[in-house]
Design a protein around this ligand. Sequence first.
Ligand code: SF4
Length: 260
Amino acid sequence: MATFLFDDIIFGPVRSRRLGNSLGINLLPQTKKICNFNCLYCECGLTNVPSSDNLKGMPAREEVRSELERTLNEFIRSNRKIDTITFAGNGEPTLHPSFSQIIDDTIELRKKYIPSSKIAVLSNATLVSKKEIKDALLKIDFNILKLDSAREETIRKINCPLGEFSLEKLIDKLHSFKENLTIQTLFVKGKYKGYSFDNSSDEELKGWLRLLKDLHPKLVMVYTIARDAPIETIEKISEEKLHSIASKVRRLGIPVTIST
Ligand code: SF4
């Protein structure tokens, strides 16, 4: 199936219900995806196992800074609005070796050009165990962290972490974000390599809602597959089901958005 890669460092802005006019930053190479997850639904395609070789090709800190400054300048000159600067793109942004310094640069440029805008990072949260990464994330406005299930077995089936992974440790770290935590969950069902999964089943939802109650994020974003996925044996969840899941989250007193 067709997959999609961002072919620039800065992209957009794209219109988002939650983030408004969101200018994207892609810290990953423009020709390949780099991630430490291998989500079966990833729009960027399946992940090659990280090696020192395929970690090459990320833009240098200075290049990101100058591209961002140039773009912000252009937007100011043409009176165009940016509500949020969002780190997303071709994989996991926190894998960039200068991630924390790039966040500092972005905060500085935001202050200089568009002080009213917010900074967001979309991440799978696996590197928050590194102090430097966590400290950088705590400086920004929106940490949108992926949590597709409260069961490690399901995460291993859907997100397929590459290398070491412990859901228990991850949850422990998520607690430290307190009120600066947004949870993003993609609901999907299907079969792959002889096993099946459905993170929207009653059993799954029970554990996930219990975990949300405990974490109490400031927002939950629920969604399902929107574009082509690299695996053909996975299916999207119905809009009706997403609305039913969202109402259960609302009953916990947690705001929720749905993307279909
Ligand atoms: S964490 Fe994001 S970038 Fe990485 S495989 Fe999953 S969907 Fe793709």
